[in-house]
Design a protein around this ligand. Sequence first.
Ligand code: AHR
Length: 642
Amino acid sequence: MSTLSISRSLCGVIVLALLPSLLPAVNMVTVDAAKVKCAASPTLWGIFFEDIDLSMDGGVYAELIRNRSFEDGAGNSKDGLAFWSGLGKPGTSELSLDTTLPLSAKNSHALKVVARPGGGVANAGYFGISSRAGAEYRLSLAVRGDVEGPLEVGFDYHARKGAAAIAAQIGNITTNWQTRTLTFRAPFDYPNAEFVIRAPKGGTFYLDCVSLFPSETYGTSGLFRKDLMTKLAGLRPAFVRFPGGCWVEGDTMDKAYRWKKTIGSVWERPTQWNIWGYWATHGVGFHEYLLLCEELHAEPLFCINVGMSHKENVPLDKMGEFVQDALDAVEYANGPVTSKWGAVRAAAGHPAPFNLKYIEIGNENWGKAYEERYPLLHDALRARYPEVRLIANNFHGTIITNRPVDLQDEHYYTDPDWMMGEGSHKYDNASRAPGDRHVFVGEYAVTRDVGPWGSLRAAIGEAAFMVGMERNSDVVELAAYAPLFANVNHLHWTPNLISVSSDGCVVNPSYDVQRLFAENAGAKILACEVAAPFAADVRKGKDGRPIAALAADAVETADGKEIIVKVVNVSGAPVAGTVTVKNAKPAMTARKIAFTGPAAGAANSFTEPARCGVTESMAAVKDGVVTETFAPFSLTILRFGR
Ligand code: AHR
């Protein structure tokens, strides 16, 4: 032991200044199964779903047609015709926005197509439409016109075949609007098809509300893309925070998210400019977000605008409408069908309440303006719905102190080194006085020193932060990585947990870390001491302390049958040592689940989707001890049965 120098004790971590290779038998992690630190938060791991970078429209929302009701830009002809193009050579198909016979006052623009024989119109969807050979598609549209014979619909594979593959016909077109629905099957696999409607014999026709969904979707709502929702379900989210983010605030108040504009007939919901650079349909509005939570068996957590946008605030004497919106949102979600808003929910097909338990008042709002507006929503909600937990922002140094706060939302976008050091111990010494507010880490991710597709080292930094949150889940009650999704063709923010194309997705290395924490949660947090060498390659924190190479925590499962130890090696060198479980009589083997990758900067891609990945094996246990070499930049989970 003479070569070991115990340099300091840091929040339960004893850091040993020694080369890892000299420490093969040193006990690195000691769990005391007889010492329960606290109950684990059953809602700790959730997700944050913002419609950012076409993650909802063009992402999880399975609608394939873009600008489907010609309301993008609300009358601005450039936007109103966007994503639609005429078929054939110039002069074959003339397209214009038409307002002569609107479907309704709230849907005032239609598309007029003047077609020579074979002319018509194509929609490119969200960077191409995924055509799956043999798969069925559901089309609905409003149509009127004066055409000879039926219209033809199908996919155009022009880059593939040079011609459209017509799948169905729509006959008996009249000069009055008709809504027509039909299904057809796609003949080919092709990721970038266009949807076409053409008049083989020519004529003039008008279209509105053109909607195309794959028949196969996730769950029962028929709304959500199966592959993407399956990825979300894999995260076992306890809650879903929605719908933003900056999308809640908007740049100006007229672009802020107002839930009442997102309910009712999807064809009468106004399209809205999304701060992340596109027109949003609100096809997934407040009601459908609640359905999404239900389909994921997750608690909804609604973040509501508090009368503040990025550039302007609602005057205090005009805040009544915002207070009412908050009260009505809860009534919509939870009220009896006899209540005003409960009846609207029932009419939308969901008589049972959604059981909304969390409302966040504002997103990343701060300063005097927030301190003045927060109490208005808080007081009204608290008085009418004392059972709903209220969440305040903690942003730019503003902490709400003029009202009691159930949960405080903190956001961390930072570098891996912070997460590995300071971040991992951030909550170790947090106050635990009775009545103290709990923490909601509503957004976190490594966003510095990382490429657009994430990296192994970033994921490992987040894992170190997560063991710290889990260890302190009597303080940190909820946490969510951000952002969740982005369409790869519309990236305003990177990295994202899941990158989406028209016909697939790829997860960044952080996804596996998120998934593994959710899969390996427990009911009780056990005492866990770490004694590890310094990680020479991790930048010291503000206090100048060196960072330990290992971060760890331990939980016991609800049935008491397993102890799960998570060990994160944040350094670029292997660390050899033992993990000991005291006072537990564990079985002779432990299940070992290990996540790592080939290099610090390794990321996944569509061509190499699993450069970083998970392996499973069994580890020998002798007298409660496992001897292990923790790979560089790795998360190792040991499940000790007993
Ligand atoms: O997650 C991306 C953005 O980061 C969110 O919209 C916002 O809340 C934060 O600034």
